[in-house]
Each structure stands twice: as C-alpha cells, then as structure tokens.
Design a protein around this ligand. Structure first.
Ligand code: SF4
Length: 492
C-alpha cells in the first residue's frame, strides 16, 4: 500500500514536472529546508504570482533549500498522506520550515487535514522546538490574520518582496529567530505579544516585476507566461478586498515590460495579472506592443467603459477570442451603492461592438444578495441581462456567473450583514427561473450559499478558529479521513 501510494504520487508528480519550463534554477539542498505549501490544486498554485514570487525569492537565497508541495496535484486526485514534496518526493515532515501560501480564506479549511497527517499539533502552544516552524502568508492572511494567530508561529500579512529577504536572514539564526522575526516590519509573531510593525517601504514593481519563473502547461492560463502588470486598483468598489490589501497602486511601465519580453524571447502567450487591468494608465500602448511582437494575450477581464473600437481591434489581433465584463448588478440604485455606476445603453452598445469585432464569447459577472437588494433590483438585473442577450448575435456566446456578496474585513462594506441561507436560496431560485427562459442564448452559473456562508465565517472568525481546527484534526486522525474531510470540495 505504502509503495503503491508512493508510486502513484511519483508518477503524477513526474507527469506534471514534464509540463514545466523553469527560467531560474532552484536549490533543493541547503541548511534551511523550506516546504512551500500551496493548500490547493497544483494548477492554481502555478498560476498564483504571490506563491511563485515567494518560491523565486527563496530559490535565490544562499543556503535555502526550497521545495513545493500541493495537497491536490489534480482535481480528481487529492493526496492521501504520507505527503511528499513535489521536487524530490521528500517527506513533508522532514522540512524544518513549513511555509503556507493562503490566497483564499476557504483554503484555511485544509489546515486540520495537513497538520493531522503530519502529526503536528494545530495549537501553536502545544508544539515544541522539535516541530517545524509554521509560517503563513498570502492575501487571505492579509484579510484575516487573527484567525491563524493561535495556529501559526509566524504570520506575514504583507508583500513578500519586502518582508521575505530579512526574514530569511533571521530564520538562519535558529536560536534567536522568533525574537528577530518579531522585530521585522510586516511580520507578526503572535506568541511574542508584539504588534505588527508597518512596512516602511512598498515594493517597486518596476525594479523587480512579479512573473512566473516556472511555466506549466497545466497552469490556469493554458500554459501562458504570467507577469504582474499592476498591483492595486484605483477604483473604490464597496465590497472589494483586492483594492484594500494591494495599496498603493503601482503599474509596470511599458519599457519594463519590453525589457522583460526581450529576456523571454520564447514567450508567445502572456497572462497579464492585475486586479483591474484596464485601469493601467498605458494599457493601449502595452496591447499594441504585444500585438506587434505577436504575443497572444491571455487576460480577458475588461472594463467595458474603456473598450473603444481601436482597443477591441488590438485585443482581437492579440489572439483574444472571449471577454469578461463585470456589471455586478443591473440595478442603477445598487450600482451607485457599490461605487460602480453604469450607463446601461452605453454598455449594450459595447456588447454589440464586442461581437461586431469578432469576439466569440462574452462572460458577465454579477453579485447577488448585495446589501439592501430588493425584488425590484433583481428584476432590474434580469431586464438588464435580457437587453444584453438581445444585443448578442446568436446562441452559445453569452454566459452569466453569479457570486454571492460576502462582507470582507477591511473593506468599505465590512460591517454589512450577509444574507441568510434562506434569502440566498430564494434569490438564486428567482434568478434561475427568470434566466432559464433565456437558456438557449445564455449559460448561467451560481455560487453555493453554503460556501458563501463558510467564506463569511472564515473571513470574520478570530483566534478561536484554532480550537475548531484542533478538534477537526483529532477527528481526521481518529477516522483516517484526511482527504475526504479536507479536499472533497475542490471544484475548480
Ligand atoms: S472590484 Fe475590481 S474595479 Fe472594483 S475596486 Fe476591486 S479590483 Fe478595482
């Protein structure tokens, strides 16, 4: 059983390794051994520039041996323990540091299964110096660090580029590492009782852009290279967490992108990463440059109000066949409330222009159950979608995806109340019934109320999360259900 498990893991890992192209060398031997854990699918981890940046910085640090770990290499294959590193198949329990990258609060739910399988107590106070040092960072830590404060020894809510290099120096000095880490800006060591010191400087993305130094055919961008074009967003949508945690707004200059492209001459497909790409001040110049270099653009999320015919032409020439727009709601009242006003007739005109330019797919994002949403707002959204459908040429081109509003910490709407499960179900039932009438022209998808409620709980829960996870970890151990309990909800 053990050998078969090991063989299955190795064959899956080696088939994925064969899809990768590495642009920097990685050292898997060194005095400081770090397992860098992305607690979700391999394809998502390899599309996450935060995770890849941490890997790149650790790989470049002398004396650090870093290896990746994904608890699910593919959607259909959540891993059973024992867990092995991706690079060399080293048992995860052998590493002296386990560094987790949490992009979404939902990934916190992987903690009990992973800790239980490794035999590591969830509560940090129950661990000793023989256990690995447990570190967590990423957007979800920036959103709700207190939730992890009784679980992890070190939390990094800020940017890796500024916090990680001094952290590595401190980690090398094992006897004093926690005291030293606690004194670093942007690093929180809860056991010391010290507050986090605000970072003095923010990373200049033009001095060192974030990009994928490992490109896998299996990444979520279809094997494209990835580069961060903008960090932060100049807009102010009431519900948006990305706007809050990636401040201040920084954009990559076209000349720097050109420099990076010169260094990566084989790049023919490029995913442009930014919370709001079309707010980049020189986006047209950048698209033109990519079209001239025959680089296919993989980002399809656009701002409808910035879509001029000329820009649409450039995007088509760059190989983009589908676009995504985010009207969020068809209700003018709610559009004003979320700070995202829309001129509906101009929007509809834009939809016509999109299809007239030859785009084949258009996806629309909406948020259901916004605060104060009433029946008339839902009807406005249905009417709006009907008008969009009329502007689209024929069947099969249009889709609408509905998420459910979740008030997140730190956002303008953090104090708003989330709808009850009953209200969510009622709203979705109404939307489904109305939009089913358009089923020949429109595909729809809806977020799960249960997941929205869980996400809400995870984004607001405090240090007491440790107690719940310690109980779950105990159940995992007793029932040996690490995978079923923890990874069955991977739906990507
Ligand atoms: S929702 Fe999009 S446009 Fe609005 S603030 Fe967030 S990133 Fe910017």
């Amino acid at each position: 059983m053990g050998l078969r498990h090991r063989h299955t893991y190795e064959s899956l890992a080696s088939s994925l390794k064969a899809t990768e192209k590495h642009y920097l060398s990685t050292c898997t031997a060194g005095s400081l051994s770090v397992a860098l854990i992305y607690p979700n699918l391999y394809s998502l981890g390899m599309s996450n520039l935060g995770y890849l940046t941490v890997h790149r910085l650790l790989s470049a640090a002398p004396g650090v041996a870093v290896e990746r770990f994904f608890p699910a290499l593919a959607t259909e294959s959540p891993l059973d323990p024992p867990f092995y590193s991706f690079e060399t198949g080293r048992p995860l329990g052998d590493f002296s540091i386990l560094m987790f990258s949490f992009s979404y609060e939902g990934d916190f739910d992987k903690i009990p299964g992973i800790f239980a399988a490794l035999g590591i107590p969830v509560l940090s106070e129950e661990r000793n110096r023989h256990h690995p040092l447990m570190i967590a960072g990423g957007a979800a830590v920036a959103s709700n660090a207190p939730a992890l404060s009784q679980i992890f020894d070190v939390l990094v809510p800020g940017e890796a580029e500024t916090t990680l290099p001094p952290m590595i120096d401190a980690l090398m000095r094992r006897d004093t590492q926690l005291e030293e880490l606690a004194n670093l800006p942007g690093v929180w060591v809860p056991a010391t009782g010290k507050e986090v010191i605000a970072p003095r400087t923010m990373h200049d993305i033009n001095s060192q852009p974030a990009y994928a130094h490992i490109v896998s055919n299996k990444n979520a961008f279809g094997g494209a290279h990835l580069i961060e074009l903008m960090r932060g967003c100049p807009r102010n949508c009431s519900f948006c967490l990305a706007k809050v945690i990636y401040q201040p707004v920084r954009s990559l200059q076209p000349a720097k992108l050109a420099e990076w492209l010169d260094q990566h001459p084989e790049c023919s497909d490029l995913g442009l990463v930014a919370p709001s790409l079309f707010d980049h001040p020189q986006i047209e110049e950048i698209f033109n440059m990519l079209a001239q270099r025959n680089v296919r653009i993989r980002n399809s999320s656009v701002k409808w109000e910035k879509l001029q015919p000329q820009l649409l032409e450039i995007l088509r020439r760059s190989g983009v066949t589908g676009l995504t727009l985010a009207p969020e709601t068809g209700s003018a009242r709610l559009q004003a409330a979320i700070n995202k006003p829309m001129n509906e007739s101009r929007f509809i005109e834009c939809v016509r222009e999109i299809f007239a330019t030859g785009f084949e797919q258009l996806k629309l994002y909406f948020v259901a159950c916004l605060p104060g949403e009433e029946q008339q707002d839902l009807e406005a959204t249905v009417n709006f979608i009907n008008n969009v459908v009329k502007a689209a040429p024929s069947a099969g081109h249009l889709s609408a995806a509905f998420s459910i509003f979740v008030p997140k910490r730190h956002t303008l709407w953090q104090q708003q109340t989330i709808s009850t499960q009953y209200e969510m179900k009622r709203t979705i039932k109404f939307l489904k019934e109305e939009l089913n009438k358009l089923s020949k022209q429109l595909k729809t998808s809806f977020a799960s109320p249960q997941e929205a409620l869980r996400q809400h709980w995870l984004s607001h829960v405090g240090p007491e999360l440790a107690i719940e996870y310690a109980r779950e970890a105990k159940e995992c151990r007793e029932n040996r259900l690490f995978s079923r309990n923890q990874f069955s909800a991977l739906e990507f």
